[in-house]
Design a protein around this ligand. Structure first.
Ligand code: SAM
Ligand code: DTB
Ligand code: SF4
Length: 366
């Protein structure tokens, strides 16, 4: 088995991405089989525990308050509600629950304590627990780890260069710092990105350089196809072609052989044949459940039918890393520091984001 390379260059990655498709598929499927069972696919259920009203200006995101999209916002869910949803997810074949909050960053206090309780509760159901809560400090990452968190999702989303065209309220280095904070614990890292935001193939390769040169590489990498939501700056972006998704998945598999590559947002636009090619090319995880965070996802029964047709088995929990221990709040070693994570704030504006914001505020006045 070849060792994992942490020195991929953009040129090398572009060469892989642009190979004749049959070569690319063959190479990716070969790497995939060296490290994974090709008939096993991990299934995660997303749960939006706090929806909408986010202060950030991510150009793709329907939850950014400034764009006034047509989503229903919600305050933080209760631990009981989350437990009920997790049990449903488990019964339908999911081994992981990924809880998303439309926060810029975690703030110490009662809401974070409630999230920690959610983590403890789901871990005790013997499911992998993932959170995606925005930026976290080292202390917050350690408290999540103590509660039994299995993975933390924090996407780089695109290349460092194109990031400046997508989000003005934080920088690429802020994202990397949160990932570093998570790495100081035994929580696994989930970090990936989105294609179809108007980025170039070079940007896609740039993102894969940033992810594959992390050492260790992320344990899971979600590849999202943009869901272009009305009201966001990216509402008019054209859907990505299935071939682009297949190439992106295959290239991700080749440069990050051990990673779980997740077919994420955008599956409602893909037919079974397209998804099957993605699994062949090395995707070995999906988000299941009829909703992602705010947008639709394929029906669970349809997914299970697809699994049956393709001979795929859902992956059991904790086969890639052991189940973390849960430490109760009363036995915690860490205090709540009342910290606010620092972030860099490039003093720049993004025309496309400003235009969408103005359009929304005009629509709100009408
Ligand atoms: N607020 C936290 C953050 O930004 O890290 C967590 C939630 S945020 C919605 C998680 C990820 O969802 C983003 O990093 C992005 O990759 C993905 N996402 C958001 N809106 C999307 C869209 N319209 N299409 C595809 N992916 C999207
Ligand atoms: C990820 O990479 N994709 C998920 C999860 N991590 C949090 C979110 C996709 C969101 C798609 C748009 C929405 O439903 O709001
Ligand atoms: Fe907020 Fe996350 Fe959406 Fe950005 S991606 S607007 S940080 S919820």
């Amino acid at each position: 088995m070849e060792s994992i390379r942490n020195n991929w260059t953009k040129e090398e990655i572009l060469e892989v991405y642009n190979k004749p498709l049959m070569e690319l598929l063959y190479d990716a499927a070969t790497v995939h089989r060296q490290y994974h069972d090709p008939n096993t696919v991990q299934v995660s259920t997303l749960l939006s525990i706090k929806t909408g009203g986010c202060p950030e200006d991510c150009g793709y995101c329907p939850q950014a308050a400034r764009y006034h999209t047509d989503i229903e916002g919600n305050d933080l869910m209760s631990v009981q509600q989350v437990k009920a949803q997790a049990l449903r997810a488990k019964a339908s074949g999911s081994s992981r629950v990924c809880m998303g909050a439309a926060w810029r960053n975690v703030k110490d206090g009662p809401e974070f304590n409630q999230v920690l309780e959610m983590v403890r509760t789901i871990n005790k159901l013997d499911m992998e627990v993932c959170c995606t809560l925005g930026m976290v400090t080292e202390n917050q990452a350690k408290r999540l780890a103590e509660a039994g968190l299995y993975a933390y999702n924090h996407n780089l989303d695109t290349s460092e260069e194109y990031y400046k065209e997508v989000i003005s309220t934080r920088g690429y280095e802020d994202r990397l710092e949160t990932i570093e904070n998570v790495r100081k614990t035994n929580v696994t890292v989930c970090s990936g990105g989105i294609i179809g935001m108007g980025e170039s193939v070079e940007d896609r390769a740039g993102m894969l350089v940033a992810l594959s040169t992390l050492s260790p590489q992320p344990e899971s990498v979600p590849i999202n196809a943009l869901v272009a939501v009305e009201g966001t700056p990216m509402e008019e972006e054209k859907p990505v072609e299935i071939w682009e998704m297949i190439r992106m998945v295959a290239t991700t598999r080749i440069v990050m052989p051990k990673t779980q590559v997740r077919l994420s947002a955008g599956r409602t636009e893909m037919n079974r044949e397209g998804q099957a090619m993605c699994f062949f090319a090395g995707a070995n995880s999906i988000f299941a459940g009829d909703k992602l965070l705010t947008t639709p996802n394929p029906d669970v029964n349809e997914d299970m039918e697809m699994f049956k047709q393709l001979g795929l088995q859902p992956q059991k929990a904790f086969v890639k890393a052991p189940q973390p221990e849960t430490i109760e709040a009363a036995d915690s070693q860490f205090e709540s520091l009342g910290e606010k994570p620092k972030w860099t704030r490039p003093e720049h504006t993004i025309e496309r984001n400003e235009a969408a914001k103005q359009k929304s505020s005009l629509a709100a006045k009408e």
